[in-house]
Write a protein that binds this ligand. Structure first.
Ligand SMILES: Cc1ncc(COP(=O)(O)O)c(C=O)c1O
Length: 388
């Protein structure tokens, strides 16, 4: 067992600084070779202890609403952009002191709030409108992840981009991918150039959203760079990317311990002190089978790894190891930074995992740990305990 692993109290998310720096180096290259700006989509990862690391390379963050914008304002020195499918008037009022880059999902919201933004930020206000390109490129569970799916609530259609509408915005926003490789990024960019050339000429900025999985080994970064440069040269637009997953892909793990092994089943079941539904929700939502350290295609000892909640389907998957697992063994589940910490729940009163960092020199440190109060405080106001 590596030294750091022996120091991890489970369950814990372990952010791997070396791996995150490798991801950020790809972002730095794209920025350098295209001149585009890159924002961290904090909906995917918002462990603000690490914001300075991201801020050293990125231009800022994009928030899904008020709370993420506040967090960025407090801890991430950079631009703060916000996009939400709909803002309430109060949210918008509260957002305005924090950010001047606001994207709207509909013409009605743009009309309702645009003048207010212009009044507050004057020449510095940067207004954008989300466009639905009606181009389905997401293959994985499109009902859940494809913004162009039939019936999608995201963005206006190209026909709505009249001269009056375009005169009211500075930027267009197209988030249309999810874990897509470069050929889909390129298809999207070429589709936009064909679908809405007049709109691209009318604005000064295009935000191409997230879902460009540019840190994946199969992603052709050169192809993305070429397409971005073509778009930029042809339409003289500033380009923004706002990835989440690509920046944290393979950037850390979930470490869990085996509490028990149910061994009278066809495949023995190792019960972990972590839970997919509470701590790794995309395993069930997407669904997918995450990689686990030590899993071998021809391993002799097969186990189902499962969570400790009451949900029958709270299962990570079936894995095969060279040696039998034992109660107390630690299991490392890979690629567990993106869309995990931001989505945790305490269903079944499950403790929240520690937030840990593995530094480049191999040192492990805990950034935050949680207890009973973190579970309790979301369930009611403080009341006197019913002690007799
Ligand atoms: C508007 C918007 N921007 C950016 C992102 C980040 O996407 P990803 O994490 O796939 O790169 C999302 C994710 O849903 C999004 O909805």
């Amino acid at each position: 067992m590596t030294q750091w692993l022996s120091r991890v109290q489970t369950p814990a998310y372990v952010a791997d600084i070396k791996a995150l720096k490798q991801n950020l180096a790809v972002a730095a290259r794209i920025k350098k070779e295209t001149g585009c700006r890159i924002l961290l989509a904090t909906k995917s990862f918002a462990m603000f202890e690490l914001f300075p690391l991201f801020a050293a390379t990125l231009d800022g963050t994009t928030a899904s609403g008020l709370y993420e914008a506040k967090l960025a304002h407090e801890h991430f020195h950079g631009e703060i952009h916000a996009y939400s499918p709909a803002y309430s008037e109060q949210e918008l009022q509260d957002l305005l002191p924090l950010c001047n880059h606001l994207y709207f999902n509909s013409l009605a919201q743009l009309t309702r709030y645009g003048p207010l933004c212009r009044a507050v930020h004057g020449a510095d206000s940067r207004l954008g409108l989300r466009v639905n390109p009606q181009l389905s490129l997401v293959k994985n569970n499109p009902n859940l992840y494809d913004p162009s799916a039939a019936g999608s609530r995201f963005g206006v259609f190209q026909e709505s981009l009249t001269p009056d509408v375009l005169a009211a915005v500075d930027a267009l926003h197209v988030h249309n991918l999810c874990e897509n490789m470069a050929d889909d990024s390129v298809r999207l960019i070429h589709h936009l150039m064909t679908m809405m050339p007049k709109a691209l000429e009318a604005v000064d900025t295009i935000n191409l959203g997230g879902g460009h999985y540019f840190t994946h080994p199969d992603y052709n970064v050169e192809a993305l760079i070429e397409a971005l440069n073509t778009l930029q040269m042809r339409f003289k637009v500033n380009i923004i990317l706002e990835p989440g997953g690509a920046l944290t892909f393979n950037g850390g793990h979930m470490v869990a311990s085996i509490l028990d092994i149910v061994d009278d089943r066809e495949v023995p079941i190792a019960i972990l002190d972590a839970s997919p539904t509470c701590h790794m929700p995309d395993v069930l939502e997407m669904p997918y089978r995450p990689e686990v350290v030590g899993d071998q295609p021809d391993g002799n000892y097969r186990y189902v790894l499962a969570g400790k909640t009451c949900l029958s389907g709270d299962v990570v998957g079936t894995y095969a190891f060279d040696l039998p697992l034992q109660v107390g063994d630690k299991i490392i589940i890979k690629d567990m930074l993106q869309y995990t910490i931001v989505k945790t729940t305490t269903f079944n009163g499950m403790p929240l995992p520690d937030l840990g960092v593995l530094d480049e020199d191999g040192t492990y440190r805990v950034v935050h740990s949680f207890g009973y109060e973190d579970f309790k405080q979301r369930l009611s106001q403080t009341r006197q305990p019913l002690l007799v």
